[in-house]
Design a protein around this ligand. Structure first.
Ligand code: 0RQ
Length: 488
């Protein structure tokens, strides 16, 4: 049926589980048709909103379209859309920012309430009713399992040869019946290539022929290149002293330009036979695979720029042998991240002198994107890096601060902080030792004396385990809110 006919089957107030992870694999037409319907309902004076659950961020056709018409009441677990972000920060959307590996289990546990409708993009439907997953698996298995009704968007644009790339694990159960997940190598297969759905629940099938979001990257700038160089030097050193094998351990890389620059740096680095165990596979990792530096990678989604997508499509047989796509509860699973010894590299907004990390909030209150999978990997990885330029807003904001204005990753989860200024290796250090290393290695020279002054004065009074001046700790942020700069 048409997208409009399918959208008409979604009731007001419904919890709707959609496919989609980092701009790929989301339904392209039904959310837009739903937005049109919502706009018409609002024009007629009738309230109409839905709660939108996904894998991670989507694209303007989904988050943008529904947020623009005020059609979203609740959103989980991750978004990065400017319109949606504005609605969240205006207090109009209730946003639940959840570790990505936790979402499926919270849904099975019943913590999120019933799922009324699933809207899932697939690449095809087999004669026996099984589904060929698309470029993002995300939470699709769980949405298809628990939804009362299912709408399928069958997209004929992505390469049909992606069939067989996926590994959908059906062995999950809820406590106390939970069993170990028997995956011991990043691209081992433990499931099946297709998604299952009860055909009796399928109320609509909508054909589409639309591409995913074009996730384009800027050429790495000098700051990103310096951050990447610090990380690569550090990893080479770890290999040299025997704390990492020659081909390192499986890599997880967060999203964004810095993450992409680190992977680009690995192209010329001294490592071969790398493995990826990540959530979203972007241009940088595809290039490593293409150039033979990375042997294989596991992810839940592939999210590429247009040229990288062309490369992937043209050489699909090559990539199908080397990439496995899994549900996000598996790609990000703490048990597996810890067993495999993943090297986690994620970007942040700010860090404090003790190593607490803010990945999500601007000046304490405003949501940027969300925690995504960074916590799944940071807490459980073998090594955990957090990276940022040392300053933001043309130098008016220091990304190293006395106290973070919001905590996503505690000092206990942070091992290595990197800015273009340098790399702070925090392993085995106490809070006071960490503070001095972070100030010395990571702070921008313009801000270093101010941080040192704060730390020295905190060290001259009060308890000395994690010395703070509480009346001053967030004064840099307060000043920035008042004047646009953290500078006094
Ligand atoms: O705003 O563009 O308006 O100037 O924040 O900053 O430097 O462009 O950073 O695109 O690499 O994203 C942490 C947001 C970094 C991202 C974050 C302002 C800055 C700019 C963005 P403007 P950049 P990036 C895997 C893992 C959490 C999820 C995650 C993220 C804007 O990496 O969302 O890790 N991570 N997932 O000016 C005020 C500061 C600031 C600041 C930057 N200290 N104070 N503003 N900005 N630092 C993926 C998934 O989970 C799916």
């Amino acid at each position: 049926m048409s997208a409009a006919e399918a959208a008409a089957l979604i009731p007001a107030g419904a919890n709707v589980g959609m496919s989609g992870f980092t701009g790929s694999g989301h339904p392209k037409l039904v959310p837009q048709a739903l937005a049109t319907r919502i706009e018409a309902e609002h024009a007629a004076g009738r309230p109409f909103q839905v709660n939108v659950w996904t894998g991670a961020s989507t694209a303007p056709e989904l988050d943008g379209a529904l947020a623009r018409v005020g059609g979203m009441r609740q959103r989980l677990p991750f978004q990065s859309d400017p319109v949606c972000r504005d609605r969240i920060n205006a207090g109009e959307v209730d946003y639940l920012d959840i570790h990505l590996s936790h979402v499926a289990q919270q849904a099975w546990f019943g913590f999120l309430g019933p799922l009324h409708v699933a809207v899932i993009e697939v690449l095809g439907i087999l004669p026996d009713g099984r589904l060929i997953p698309s470029a993002a698996v995300g939470n699709n298995k769980t949405w298809l399992d628990i939804a009362d009704k299912v709408i399928l968007e069958v997209n004929s644009l992505p390469p049909a040869e992606m069939e067989g790339m996926h590994d959908i694990y059906y062995g999950t159960a809820i406590p106390p019946r939970r069993l170990p997940i028997n995956l011991t190598q990043p691209i081992e297969r433990i499931g099946e290539p297709y998604l299952r759905v009860d055909p009796a629940k399928v109320i609509a099938v909508v054909p589409t022929h639309h591409g995913d979001r074009d996730t384009a990257f800027a050429q790495p700038d000098a700051v990103s290149n310096q951050i990447a160089a610090h990380i690569i030097d550090f990893l080479a050193h770890e290999v040299k002293v025997g704390r990492l094998p020659r081909n390192m351990l499986p890599l997880q890389s967060g999203v964004g330009n810095v993450a992409n620059a680190v992977l680009a740096g690995l192209l010329d680095g001294p490592f071969d036979d790398l493995l990826g165990f990540t959530e979203v596979l972007q241009d940088g990792m595809l290039e490593l695979i293409k150039r033979g530096k990375m042997a294989a990678a596991s992810a839940t989604a592939i999210s590429l720029s247009r040229p990288a997508l062309q490369e992937f499509t043209d050489n699909i047989a090559f990539y199908r042998e080397r990439i496995v796509l899994r549900p996000q509860e598996i790609s990000n699973h703490p048990e597996l991240v810890r067993r495999l010894g993943v090297i986690a590299m994620n970007a942040m907004i700010e860090a404090d002198i003790y190593g607490n990390i803010n990945s999500t909030h601007l000046m304490g209150s405003g949501m940027m994107n969300g925690i995504g999978g960074s916590g799944d990997f940071a807490r459980n990885g073998y090594l955990s890096f957090f990276v940022t330029p040392s300053v933001a807003k043309g130098g008016a904001v220091s990304c190293i601060v006395p106290m973070v204005s919001h905590v996503d990753h505690t000092e206990h989860d942070t091992q290595i902080i990197v800015t273009e200024q340098g790399l702070a290796d925090l392993r085995g250090l106490s809070p006071r030792q960490r503070a001095q290393v972070i100030i010395d290695k990571c702070a921008h020279p313009d801000w270093r004396p101010l941080l040192q002054d704060y730390f020295d004065r905190a060290r001259s009074q009060g308890a000395q385990h994690t010395p703070h001046l509480l009346g001053e700790a967030l004064s840099w942020h307060q000043r920035c809110l008042e004047t646009g700069s953290m500078r006094a």
